[in-house]
Design a protein around this ligand. Structure first.
Ligand code: ZN
Length: 167
């Protein structure tokens, strides 16, 4: 979710934003920020470490910033009306609160015990180790690691006959 368009799609796919939502750069930055703190909390939990205050604070802010009321406003054209300050801000704050709530539930639930980082070197995801021999977040990561091992074996294997003959 690196661009506003990607981030918006990501939220819409998860029912965290209305289908016609449009996020701005500033919203994406806030989502990225929350993601970084989420990762820090997941890492701390997976390693049985105390989380940083900064990460806790960021998630708590996301949890409590959800706008539950729209404000009373006056406009010369339409008179008194209730509306949020910026619909995009409201969408992103709602999404962040929802993501933060899921995270808080995960970290305090029984699944937290099996939270683990994916063992694939190029992967930075976290997963639930649903069985003891599970090492990868996805079959894609497992396949990638196996392919890399096979490649490494081929390259360290004794030279083939042709190469040996050429020498
Ligand atoms: Zn992975």
């Amino acid at each position: 979710m690196d661009t506003p368009v990607d981030a918006t799609e990501w939220l819409i796919e998860r029912n965290l934003a209305p289908a016609d939502a449009q996020l701005w750069d500033v919203c994406v930055n806030r989502l990225h920020n929350l993601r970084a703190h989420t990762r820090a909390l997941l890492a701390a939990r997976a390693d049985d470490q105390a989380p940083s205050d900064t990460a806790l604070q960021a998630v708590n802010e996301a949890l409590t910033r959800v706008p539950s009321v729209s404000l009373l406003r006056w406009s010369d054209d339409e008179g008194l009306q209730r509306s949020a300050e910026h619909p995009a801000t409201q969408v992103v704050e709602h999404a962040m609160a929802s993501l933060a709530a899921d995270l808080a539930d995960l970290l305090t639930g029984s699944d937290a015990e099996i939270l683990s980082a994916c063992s694939a070197p190029s992967c930075n995801r976290y997963m639930l180790r649903t069985h003891a021999r599970r090492h990868w977040c996805s079959t894609r990561c497992g396949d990638r690691v196996r392919a890399a091992r096979a490649y490494a074996r081929r390259n360290t294997a004794p030279r083939s006959k042709e190469t040996a003959a050429a020498n």
